[in-house]
Design a protein around this ligand. Structure first.
Ligand code: 5AD
Ligand code: SF4
Length: 439
């Protein structure tokens, strides 16, 4: 048998890219590739890229430049660009960086084996189609290797919301939900391989409307079905839009014990004027009402959010509204960004806020969000939490995992095993994690 070829994949951006990278490795596994952690020994390098902000997109070109000596040392090395930069820039990538052999958008990963064969014979391959067929149906199942205790599972992809700043509707395409039976089969397979917690992924995951045997299913119904899978102990989902937070999903937070009390619900801004300019299709008030209903269903729900400051037209008063909304919600976790104009999006045409003003607002917002995050974490001390143990800690007899609230927890228990859910008491809160002991 020929020696296995080695595949190095570097993943940027969101969790869906992490999932996609795994599926690309599965697909190329059938073409004789085994994964490597070292780019220097690879026969194929794939960058799975992110286009969400300018900085993320620019990283691709600086990284590609660093592969030049590797290609000089190994003329058989093939280099590919996948993901959202591939979708947005297509062939242009090869013009800007001629050492690239292959460009593949997020919807055509099932065609990778054929593209790989083409580049092996000295051709270049570009595919940025949005095909009718489901890319996941066509991906061959990899060898059933054991998995860690947590996994991502894409259930929905793409977005029809068209927020004025966002490239996702263009790079990932229209909203598509995978059928229920495929998701159930994939979840059961993951559980058989050792997975105890599944995070359901979608750019608009709570807009899920997949085909089931008896009609269209909502995300809540899917979660309830998954909760009946023996051995699957925890379910999470991300990312959600406030307008798709329907009653049945809010109810599930209250009565489905396997659904974890953590919700990422981006709002972007607290100013109705800016929300309108962003085409978010909701107000600050309607967002706060959704949160109120969620907390009525699950009082200990930990909320996480995304924020953009310096959106075109944002005044100091608009920014104050964002600060006020943050104070009203009190977030346990958050991600905040300076607005980045993305080519092809409606907002890219508008006059921008001066960079120093945007930076100053970002600092002030982040100071508040960090304070809230800190306070939320510190408030866990003395409480009992459940921790899904994922790996050994740095100290002997220590394990690390995540609580139901997604806090990283170091558990001092020499008898603990990976994959076990430990009931522990939190003893200490440090910078980015908690320490705990068995109850
Ligand atoms: N500029 C800055 N942040 C952005 N995001 C999306 N597009 C942009 C942009 N053009 C942020 C939003 C989104 C998160 C994934 O990235 O907050 O929720
Ligand atoms: Fe982008 Fe808005 Fe869709 Fe989220 S909801 S992916 S921010 S367009």
């Amino acid at each position: 048998m020929a020696e296995a070829k080695k595949l190095f994949i570097k993943t940027y951006g969101c969790q869906m890219n992490v999932y996609d990278s795994q599926r690309m490795a599965d697909a190329l596994g059938n073409s004789g590739y085994v994964p490597t952690e070292r780019a220097e020994e690879a026969d194929m390098i794939l960058l799975n890229t992110c286009h969400i902000r300018e900085k993320a997109a620019e990283k691709v070109y600086s990284e590609l430049g660093r592969f030049k000596p590797l290609k000089a040392a190994n003329p058989d090395l093939k280099i590919g660009v996948a993901g959202c930069v591939a979708q947005a820039e297509g062939e242009e990538i090869m013009r800007r960086q001629p050492l690239v052999d292959l460009v593949v958008g997020p919807q055509t990963y099932h065609r990778l084996p054929a593209m790989e064969a083409a580049v092996r014979t000295g051709n270049r391959a570009v595919d940025t189609d949005f095909p009718e067929e489901d890319k996941f149906d066509h991906l061959p199942r990899g060898p059933r290797a054991a998995r860690g205790p947590t996994a991502f599972l894409t259930v929905q992809e793409g977005c029809d919301k068209f927020c004025a700043f966002c490239v996702v509707p263009y790079t990932r395409g229209a909203e598509v939900s995978r059928p229920v039976d495929r998701i159930m089969a994939e979840a059961r397979d993951l559980v058989e391989r050792g997975v105890r917690e599944i995070t359901l992924l979608g750019q608009n995951v709570n807009a899920y409307h997949g085909a089931g045997a008896d009609g269209t299913w909502t995300l809540a119904r899917l979660i309830r079905a998954l909760a009946k899978v023996d051995g699957l102990e925890r379910i999470r989902f991300t990312t959600s839009h406030p307008n798709d937070m329907e009653d049945d999903l809010i109810a599930a937070h209250g009565d489905e014990p396997k659904l974890m009390p953590y919700l990422h619900l981006p709002v972007q801004s607290g100013s109705d004027r800016i929300l309108k300019a962003m085409n978010r299709k909701h107000s600050a008030e309607s967002y706060l009402r959704v949160i109120e209903r969620l907390r009525a269903a699950r009082p200990d729900l930990l909320l996480s959010g995304d924020f953009i400051v310096g959106f075109p037209g944002e005044t100091e008063a608009d920014f104050d509204d964002t600060m006020a909304l943050v104070r009203a919600v009190h977030y346990g976790q958050s991600y905040s960004f300076k607005y980045s104009a993305r080519p092809g999006t409606p907002a890219a045409e508008r006059a921008t806020v001066p960079d120093d003003v945007a930076s100053d607002r970002l600092h002030r917002l982040q100071a508040l969000l960090t304070e809230q995050q800190r306070a939320t974490q510190d408030a866990m001390v003395g409480r009992d939490v459940s921790v899904l143990l994922e790996k050994p800690g740095r100290l002997p007899g220590q394990m690390v995992g995540k609580s139901e609230y997604l806090h990283a927890v170091h558990v001092a228990d020499a008898t603990a095993r990976i994959g076990q859910i430990a009931r522990v008491r939190v003893t200490k809160s440090v910078t980015n994690s908690l320490a705990a002991e068995p109850v």
